[in-house]
Design a protein around this ligand. Sequence first.
Ligand code: G1P
Length: 300
Amino acid sequence: MTSAPRVRKAVIPAAGLGTRFLPATKAMPKEMLPVVDKPAIQYVVQEAVSAGLEDVLMITGRNKRALEDHFDRVPVTEQLLEDKGDNDRLAAVQHATDLGEIHYVRQGDPKGLGHAVLRAKTHVGNEPFAVLLGDDLIDERDELLTIMIDVQAKTGGSVVALIEVEPSKISSYGCADVTAIDGEGYVRVNQLVEKPSVEEAPSNLAVIGRYVLHPSVFEVLENTPPGRGNEIQLTDALQTLATREGEGGGVYGVVFHGRRYDTGDKLSYLKAVVTLACENEELGSDLRTWLGEFTAQLPK
Ligand code: G1P
């Protein structure tokens, strides 16, 4: 047991250009694409807040003003809804603002995920923190971040979230070689490789977009040269920490078996929207009926 401080801060990198969604993202951040009735980013902030992280830092960039607007008050709209007595819509609009304390810093040069995380150094300071990537949505009924926070407190190292993927898919992810730890629900990470080919991959365990990191990752990132894609990779910094002993060393993995919705490319995004819409309290029942009829008449 270590006396590591509890995690309080969440960092959400949101400076990506969203090129996979062009032209939809020509003038709008990809994080603002709606997933049923909320922008994707709101699910991520809600997840952080639900895990007890009320201090959120977003790493943004050019063209990302809509993110700040979304989490800010809209006095004119709020007044209009209040005057009309439309309390449900008013509550929905205010919900995004009431989530927590959100701070913003811009990434400047888009030099990769590791570089984005390094921009959080001053805000985070010397305490463990969570990183949530907006392309992955975790179902609110399934626990992940809170488990990772517990593992971080217990080990004093850094923690990644892992899922098992088809070997052919591993080249889209960071990949982890792990060893089980007797009697524990988490694993020790021996090695991490960013987006390996099937042949190079040490396993079929893929890193997904949730991390709980020891602050020593900042010093490591400062000394991490550009890696795959000529970008500063968080995976490479974690590889350094995985083999480091002593204060802040060690990387651990929590293998997630719950529901995850990938919104990182057009097809996955559409599947995520349909899946979540089918489960939506207000829309799900009608949508499922319609989908059944619609798919039944599709050509085989
Ligand atoms: C990033 C990380 C990768 C990780 C992935 C999870 O890649 O570099 O290691 O597996 O997120 O979503 P990206 O998808 O941003 O290219």
